[in-house]
Design a protein around this ligand. Structure first.
Ligand code: CA
Ligand code: CA
Length: 195
């Protein structure tokens, strides 16, 4: 019996959640000496991402944030950051000490694709990818042609907050354009054959 109750308790929120809205998720990123895992996080508004610092080298701290103007700090207009992240804390003597940044995405104004910086106290930097999408319910629609709530087209206004496109992205765009061009040529060829 207990097993059943537990199963129902686990399943029921899933069913009810899928039907109405995105259930908030929490993502965890492990912050290491020279990399983060995972290196990129995709989430939607109302999710939470937490960055845990496990770089336990002596006297090395991390600070993760959005450095819009590239001056290696996070104190300018529209910038935000984790504050200084240590690998361990003596909370009895320093209650403000932090080992993790728990970033709750609770504002639709945060929607966008971010390239954040993890600035280490030794001067090195790790690039951090964080993609925040609007909660458009698209992943809760089980069948094509059905819709929940407001039945508008997806308006995922994902714009790069830092305009530097990576080579990978440029490559993908080029590949996409080439595929589109190829498909168009095939389409025209097919039309001409029919005529
Ligand atoms: Ca700055
Ligand atoms: Ca500054």
């Amino acid at each position: 019996m207990r097993g059943w109750t537990l199963a129902l308790l686990l399943v029921f929120p899933l069913i009810s959640g899928v039907a109405f809205a995105h259930e908030p998720d929490t993502f965890t990123v492990i912050v290491r000496e020279d990399s983060h895992s995972p290196v990129e996080v995709n989430l939607v508004v109302n999710d939470t991402v937490q960055y845990y610092n496990v770089d336990n080298r002596a006297n090395i701290t991390h600070e993760i944030g959005l450095d819009l103007n590239g001056d290696d700090d996070f104190d300018d207009a529209n910038e935000f950051s984790s504050g200084v992240l240590h690998s361990e804390c003596d909370w009895d003597n320093d209650s403000d000490c932090r080992v993790a940044w728990i970033f709750a995405i609770n504002d639709t104004a945060l929607v966008g694709n971010y390239i954040l910086s993890d600035l280490l106290s030794d001067g090195s930097e790790i690039e951090v990818r964080l993609n925040i999408a609007a909660d458009d319910h698209s992943n809760s629609a089980p069948t094509i042609g059905e819709c929940f709530g407001d039945c508008e087209e997806d308006e995922s206004e994902t714009k790069m907050k830092r305009s530097s496109q990576t080579d990978l992205q440029k490559g993908l765009m080029l590949a996409g354009l080439m595929m589109f061009g190829g498909a168009s040529a095939l389409f025209v060829a097919a039309l001409m054959q029919r005529a």
